[in-house]
Design a protein around this ligand. Structure first.
Ligand code: C5P
Length: 218
């Protein structure tokens, strides 16, 4: 029988990472944070000074990422970059390179490889629409831009980064527009996706809802 996949797509800071991770833990499934792959590519491109106009160069970087996943930690060669990829400038660069078709193509195989028994929970923008269209359960997780800015603010401060609420709101709006309006794999609910607005919900409440949907779908 096919290995089950649950996709959780949604905008930046909607809480989909936390929810997807906890759902994976509860089911004993593997977890794919696809945004991290775009962030790892962006971090490498920023460090190498690769220009955004050099699509081929960035795609090469994506194809050859010396990435290693160790539990929740991510390593690039010998460096633990788990925190470094969460910086705002890396997120902004990630959303820019994510609009490049060859970069998305270069990261596709890596993402498909995460589908292993007993199952996978994958979070991102196009998990249900492009990468795992056959998923048994598709969720579109969203929240108001204000709720998301507040969550991102707490996350950044908690990790020791500087943060400013006005800048975060502006960044989120810009990134939403970029992710939703791009020609390739734009952020939108997959056909048949369950929409979950978490503005007034705790992460655990969202997890329970997803598990209920999964129980009903399998
Ligand atoms: O989810 P996260 O904020 O870590 O993703 C960083 C960027 O990577 C997003 O702004 C988005 O543009 C891009 N991304 C994507 N497709 C995915 C996951 C992330 O285009 N599946």
């Amino acid at each position: 029988t096919a290995i089950p996949v649950i996709t959780i797509d949604g905008p930046t800071a909607s809480g989909k990472g936390t929810v997807a991770h906890r759902v994976a833990d509860r089911l004993g499934f593997h977890y794919l944070d696809s945004g991290a792959l775009y962030r790892l590519t962006a971090l490498t491109a920023l460090r190498h000074g690769t220009a955004l106009s050099d699509e081929h160069g960035i795609a090469k970087t994506a194809e050859k990422l010396p990435v290693r996943f160790a539990g929740d930690a991510m390593w690039l060669a010998n460096e633990n970059v788990t925190d470094a990829i969460r910086a705002e400038d890396v997120g902004n660069m990630a959303s820019k390179i994510a609009a490049l078709p060859t970069v998305r193509h270069a990261l596709t195989g890596l993402q498909l490889g995460f589908r292993k028994a007993p199952g996978l929970v994958a979070d991102g923008r196009d998990m249900g629409t492009v990468i795992f269209p056959q998923a048994i359960l598709k969720v579109f997780l969203t929240a108001s831009v204000e709720a998301r800015a507040e969550r991102r603010y707490k996350q950044l401060i908690g990790k020791g980064f500087a943060a400013n609420m006005e800048d975060l709101l502006k960044d989120l709006r810009e990134r939403d527009a970029r992710d939703s309006n791009r020609a390739i794999a734009p952020l939108k609910p997959a056909e048949g996706a369950h929409i979950l607005d978490t503005s007034a919900m705790t992460a655990d409440e969202a997890v329970e809802q997803v598990l209920k949907w999964y129980a009903a779908a399998r």
